[in-house]
Every structure is written in C-alpha cells, then in structure tokens.
Ligand binder design. Structure first.
Ligand code: SF4
Ligand code: SF4
Length: 68
C-alpha cells in the first residue's frame, strides 16, 4: 500500500508537518512550494523511493495520509 494525501485535510505546513519528520527515507515525502495551493505549498510523495512503511500515515497530524 502506498501513502496518499487527502489534500483537503492537510494544511501543508513544512515546519509543523509530522509526516515529513517521520519518514526514514530521504526524499520519499517532501514539501514543495506551489503558488496555486491555498497555503502556498504541498506535500508530495516519490513512490520510487517510498518503502511503504506507513510511518508518515501513522504520524500525520491531520489524518490526511491514507495507505491505499
Ligand atoms: S502532518 Fe499530515 S496533515 Fe500535517 S502537514 Fe504533514 S501531511 Fe499535512
Ligand atoms: S510510507 Fe514510509 S517511506 Fe513512504 S513516504 Fe511514508 S514514511 Fe516515507
């Protein structure tokens, strides 16, 4: 199962994001700035790097990450 973001539940705050801190793999989950996003950024996954460990979903503050 891969982590999928439910964007309407995610405030995409780089400094507060527990999912970013929880990931053991460099670059599997990252924050990117996006001027079109409501708060100026988005959380994205790189599925080539992600090991599907589920840590990000377990730690996500807004229950915004689902393993599907
Ligand atoms: S912890 Fe979850 S809801 Fe909070 S910013 Fe990160 S991905 Fe979004
Ligand atoms: S499932 Fe694991 S490896 Fe993949 S982005 Fe989440 S914490 Fe990182």
């Amino acid at each position: 199962m891969k982590p999928k973001l439910v964007e309407r539940r995610c405030p995409a705050q780089k400094d507060l994001c527990k999912a970013l801190q929880a990931c053991p793999v460099e670059g599997a989950i990252t924050y990117v700035t996006d001027e079109e996003a409501p708060l100026g950024g988005r959380i994205i996954f790189d599925y080539d790097r992600c090991t599907e460990c589920g840590n990000c979903a377990a730690e996500c503050c807004g229950s915004a990450i689902e393993m599907r």
